[in-house]
Ligand binder design. Structure first.
Ligand code: HAM
Length: 418
């Protein structure tokens, strides 16, 4: 065993699986870019208060899972457990909301939650997220969901499911809250649960204890308290999703793990991932910006767990036919060939090809073994004959078939692109 190990419960990616991770991450970002979202690169730590106020003190994330420490200046700092609060802080601080609306940004990177580690649940994990801030428009809700759905489709996933619901507007939630609190007052809850319920009574719908699940069976449901505006808004979101060809089911019992949600909320789940089936989720957050000291603008976004999407792709074998990492792997035989190959290699790379070389004088057998392992589409052996003639054989690794090519970068690039 090595002397040092990574901290417990973190996800790490190294070759060859890191190539898959990178592919998944890039596919998750691609539709966001196509839909006009720009990169926002934020610190991985923020003032603790931002998350307490933004994410909410009734949540597990804030009450149990934050990595919080005091920095050398005595400030309370927290490693970001999620991305939305930080985006909102930056939008307000940098006046992004004073320009063109909606502000459409995407982010990618590590997030930190001190959860009990298990398959698909890590203490450092990775998310791709997007946020669209500025308007409360059902078409934006549908666009945000489309971005995630398009990414999953591009990754070849077939078995994921989309669940949606609405938490309605402030008036609908207030009407429901009165009835829910009345209902909860009649239950015999322990002190800690009562405190959570006081902070956010909806949390009790998410309580996994069997006695609470039973007690909550007849609790008033928010969907039955929606006013006309909230109802028609949600109808428009559903109609837009259908028009975009996105399948969904309604889950009125969905409770997201963060307190800022209002209006449309959604979760993508994958049935082959066991207990950690949530591959992504998000929703609208009407009051968040205002609560964090900004103007009163609505926003919506999602966070997708890259780690879990990779697991889902592996479970569905959807990444089997990825393009090879390298276009060409060169195997030089002898000193002169190596000098020749090194020069050709740099010319090929300058011409935009992904190319590598068998280093370390391994001879033909060792060199071809390296070519096999390199995940290259073609291999090229260079020896004295090839140097003399200026012609080589490009061997297609998948079939063993060879194409003859002049050994110039442009001729090789042309031969390979056929
Ligand atoms: P979230 O549902 O807490 O939402 O996280 C989004 C996704 O991150 C989850 O669906 C899951 O795939 C992944 N994830 C969460 N925790 C872990 C973990 N411990 N290990 C592995 N993956 C994990 C948010 O974070 C919101 N900020 C999303 C959002 C953006 N809502 C509006 N805008």
């Amino acid at each position: 065993m090595s002397k040092y190990q990574a901290p417990k419960g973190v996800s790490e990616y190294f070759p060859p699986r890191s190539n898959l991770f990178e592919y998944v991450r890039d596919q998750l970002i691609a539709p966001a870019k196509r839909a006009g979202y720009s990169l926002i690169e934020l610190p991985v730590f923020e003032d603790t208060e931002l998350f307490e106020r933004g994410v909410g003190e009734s949540t597990d994330v804030v009450s149990k899972e934050m990595y919080t420490f005091e920095d050398r200046g005595g400030r309370s700092i927290t490693l970001r457990p999620e991305g939305t609060a930080g985006v909102m802080r930056s939008v307000i601080e940098n006046n992004l909301d004073r320009g063109q609306l909606p502000v459409k940004v995407f982010y990618v990177g590590p997030f930190f939650r001190a959860e009990k580690p298990q398959a698909g649940r890590y203490r450092q994990f990775y998310q791709v997220g997007i946020e669209a801030v500025g308007y409360n428009d059902p078409e934006i809700d549908a666009e945000v969901i489309w971005v995630a759905d398009a990414a999953f489709k591009a990754l070849g996933l077939k078995k994921y499911e989309l669940q949606i619901t609405t938490l309605g507007d402030a008036a609908s939630r207030a009407a429901h809250r009165i009835e829910l609190v009345k209902f909860l007052d009649k239950l015999n809850l322990d002190e800690e649960t009562k405190i959570r319920a006081r902070l956010n009574p909806l949390r009790l719908f998410d309580d996994k204890r069997p006695e609470i699940i039973t007690a909550m069976k007849d609790a008033p449901m928010l969907v039955n308290y929606l006013n006309e505006e909230s109802r028609s808004n949600f109808e428009k979101v559903k109609a837009s999703l259908s028009a975009l060809g996105i399948n969904y089911s309604i889950n009125p019992k969905m409770v997201r793990g963060l307190d800022y949600y209002t209006g449309t909320t959604f979760e993508f789940v994958h049935p082959m991932l066991g207990a950690q089936s949530g591959i992504g989720g998000g929703g609208r957050y009407d009051g968040l910006m205002n609560q964090l000291g900004g103007q009163d603008l609505s926003g919506i976004g999602f966070g997708i767990g890259i780690d879990r999407v990779l697991l889902a792709c592996e479970a569905e074998n959807s990444l089997e036919n990825l393009p090879p990492k390298l276009d060409l792997f060169i195997v030089p035989i002898g000193e002169a060939a190596k000098d020749y190959a090194v020069k050709l290699l740099s010319e090929l790379r300058n011409a935009g090809l992904n190319a590598d070389l068998s280093y370390g004088d391994r001879g033909l057998k060792g060199g071809m073994k390296a070519a096999d392992k390199s995940d290259a589409k073609y291999a090229l052996v260079i020896g004295d004959d090839e140097i003399k003639s200026g012609i080589g054989q490009l061997k297609l690794m998948s079939s063993g078939q060879s194409i003859s090519s002049t050994l110039t970068p442009s001729a090789i690039a042309k031969a390979i692109s056929i």
